[in-house]
Design a protein around this ligand. Structure first.
Ligand code: ADP
Ligand code: MG
Length: 276
């Protein structure tokens, strides 16, 4: 009986010890709201009293600076985890927000991308790193992926339970999606059978704009319930908050952007409780 229950648990989680579900925020296109979503979804979850760990897997380190961490002060970050075998625990930094923690990225990480290509089990390095973690538990892990279907993104997907795809509601929104879905399918077939598509999140939505509305309609028709009901509107507070090193709700709690990400977090927690 116990074995059956264990098996059922395995179905739903990659099951990293001490770590709740791991979500990759992915899309190989740049500028579609991955980083904005990683920061503000994570901060919203922590505002709902969850302990959240964000992994910045983009060498540009925009999540790192957006959470107020000075990259010049980083001693152990994502690069050292992937290329030097450092412990996750050594790399976790506090942010200015209660319950929200970060593994930072610096430009060194672009080197890891190259170094990983020559390693054995190179796709599983991040997963192994998370599996070995036995520090303070986290309720959620959010991975901000780089804008490429490269070895870093493959590592993220291999370590994840779910992938949340951000789509900017513009003319070419769905371009490249089939390639992303193929990659997800290949990771599921060869590296991580637990990987599920969490959903699609529409970002930079402007419902006064006909094109944005049409794209939203098309995406909802095509992907149905996979698309989050909550959408993220285009909101200037979201684009200016990173320059203060703050998630949007700490910059302007009443802004539409802050309210939108609270809704996204609630929908995520709801979907989670339905799935389990
Ligand atoms: P990605 O990580 O996919 O490259 P970002 O989250 O960095 O995308 O977003 C790209 C740019 O658009 C950034 O300058 C960001 O501040 C801005 N941006 C993202 N989402 C919104 C939004 N909902 N409203 C206004 N600006 C946004
Ligand atoms: Mg980004």
């Amino acid at each position: 009986m116990l074995r059956v229950e264990m098996k059922m648990l395995e179905v739903f989680h990659v099951k990293h010890k001490n770590l709740g579900p791991v979500f990759s925020i992915a899309n190989q296109k740049g500028g579609v709201g991955k980083t904005t979503t990683s920061i503000n979804l994570a901060a919203s979850l922590s505002a709902f009293d969850k302990r959240v760990l964000v992994l910045d897997l983009d060498p540009q380190g925009n999540t790192t600076s957006g959470l107020g961490v000075d990259k010049d002060t980083v001693k152990v970050g994502m690069y050292e985890l992937l290329s030097r075998g450092e412990d996750l625990q050594e790399a976790i930094m506090e942010t200015g927000c209660e319950g929200l923690y970060l593994v930072p990225a610096t430009i060194d990480l672009s080197g890891a991308e190259v170094e990983l290509v020559n390693l054995n089990a190179r796709e599983k390095i991040l997963r192994t790193c998370l599996q070995n973690y036995d520090g303070e538990p986290f309720d959620y892990v959010i991975i901000d992926c780089p804008p490429a279907l490269n070895m870093l993104t493959i590592n993220a997907l291999t370590a994840s339970d779910r992938v949340l795809v951000t789509l900017q509601t513009e003319f070419y929104a769905m371009e490249g999606l089939s390639q992303l879905m193929d990659t997800i399918r290949r990771v599921r077939a060869n590296l991580n059978e637990h990987l599920e598509i969490e959903g699609i999140l529409l970002t930079m939505v402007d419902r006064r704009n006909n094109l944005s509305s049409q794209v939203e309609k098309d995406v909802r028709e095509y992907f149905g319930a996979q698309v989050y009901e909550a959408v993220v509107p285009r909101n200037v507070r979201l684009s200016e908050a990173p320059s203060y090193g703050l998630p949007v709700m700490y910059h302007d709690l009443r802004s539409k952007g802050a309210q939108a990400y609270f809704q996204v977090a609630q929908e995520m927690m709801q979907r989670e409780s339905i799935a389990v």
